[in-house]
Design a protein around this ligand. Structure first.
Ligand code: TXA
Ligand code: MG
Length: 386
């Protein structure tokens, strides 16, 4: 049985053509939806177009960009002539492309401009699955470099409205594709090491568990299953940590205009984390108000956690809850995380508190973003007993 596809929406086609014109003829960046977060795209192979991404975002020049393709033939135009894709990469691409997985490839400086790679020997490439992203790249008929469509250091946008508030007047066209499904950025993977390991530089929309499962299934027959190593969890790399090549290592990241506190409530927090009971923590927050006005506190917790279900003391504190889905569904937490930070900021809260989630499945990416948003001085062990 076959069904006839209906193609309507002349508006969508017109919008894609206008966006493509802006990219290809005017060499200006365009904001567009992907399944992870909104991207700020420009022609990857044109130095002046790519440089406008950096100026629009206020992005440091030493932070490399991901190149987005809409097809495998387009991927191959970007790779060195003699390069053969490894079996591990082939397995990952088969299962996760198009989708929220970015892979590092060797970069030929005669193909990829140095502004994209920040002069590194590798280039990060992904094939997004969002139909608008795919269509835009295909209509422009060129690979697009695209970081998240936010001012450098801010939470990534997951709705067109987030982009508009942040980059209004700085970008000519914002394509609105509704809310992004995944809600956190792609997983960045480096499988180019001589030891055959698959190194996760940035946890993201594709989980480490899924990557491990696919490599096990696809590579068992070949006799060797690559190890999956997560940077900072399974290994550390001083060179990476000194450079910006691991997303968010060097620069402030994911931070709204107000301070964010990460509350450890169930797992043992890392060494050096402040321990506070709820009473003294709330007292310290009241002290941040001007005495007359209540302190406005935004609180992001799973809807079924102890903190998510308790009644909050209202003496000189005005709470706004932003539920993050249930504990059992970390993909929902990931979907809501940046929206929560940006919505609470917009709501005018003075402080945002986020409860920890387990660092499993999408929870690993969530905690990676939350730790960066809070900065290490705002991790607190929060005992609700006080
Ligand atoms: O989901 C995503 O990946 C989104 C959407 C728009 O596709 N894009 C995104 O881009 O998150 P951006 O620029 O915000 O984050 C990409 C990160 C950079 O922070 C950079 O450090 C890392 O990927 N990266 C890019 N090229 C790299 C390379 N050659 N080696 C190591 N890391 C690289
Ligand atoms: Mg970003």
């Amino acid at each position: 049985s076959s069904s006839t596809p209906t193609v309507s929406c002349p508006e969508t086609l017109q919008a894609l053509q206008a966006a493509s014109h802006e990219l290809v003829e005017n060499l200006q960046p365009v904001a567009f939806p992907t399944e992870t977060v909104y991207g700020l795209g420009a022609l990857a192979l044109d130095v002046s177009a790519a440089s406008r991404i950096f100026s629009t975002k206020g992005r440091p020049a030493d932070n490399p960009l991901i190149v987005h393709v809409s097809s495998l033939p387009m991927l191959h135009t970007l790779l060195p002539k003699d390069y053969a894709i490894s079996t591990a990469y082939a397995a990952l691409m088969k299962h996760f492309w198009p989708g929220a997985l970015t892979l590092l490839f060797p970069s030929d400086p005669n193909i990829i401009p140095a502004i994209i790679t920040a002069n590194q020997p590798t280039v990060a490439i992904r094939m997004p699955s969002h139909p608008v992203a795919r269509a835009l790249i295909a209509v422009a008929n060129a690979p697009l470099a695209a970081p998240s469509a936010n001012s450098s250091g801010k939470p990534s946008p997951t709705r067109a409205e987030h982009v508009r508030r942040d980059l209004d007047g700085k970008v000519g066209i914002i394509l609105d594709g509704g809310a992004c499904g995944v809600g956190v950025e792609s997983t960045v993977v480096d499988g180019l090491h001589a030891d055959g390991s698959i190194r996760v530089l940035r946890p993201g929309g594709i989980t480490v568990e899924e990557i491990e499962r696919v490599l096990r299934e696809e590579m068992r027959a070949l006799g060797s299953i690559p190890k999956v190593l997560v940077h900072r969890r399974d290994y550390r790399d001083a060179t990476i940590e000194a450079a910006p090549t691991t997303p968010g290592m060097k620069y402030r990241h994911y931070s709204p205009a107000v301070p964010v506190y990460l509350l450890y409530t169930t797992s043992p927090p890392p060494d050096g984390v402040q321990r506070l009971d709820a009473g003294s923590f709330l007292a310290s927050m009241r002290g941040t108000g001007d005495g007359e006005q209540p302190v406005k506190v935004g609180i992001m917790t799973p809807s079924d956690s102890a903190l998510g279900t308790c009644s909050l003391p209202t003496d000189r504190i005005e709470w706004t809850r932003f539920p993050l889905g249930s504990i059992a569904e970390p993909s929902v937490t990931a979907h809501l995380l940046f929206d929560g930070l940006l919505t609470l900021e917009r709501h005018g809260v003075d402080i945002i508190l986020i409860e920890e989630v387990q660092e499993e499945r999408e929870g690993l990416a969530v905690m990676n973003r939350v730790k960066k948003a809070a900065g290490e001085c705002r991790w607190i062990q929060f005992n609700n007993s006080g």
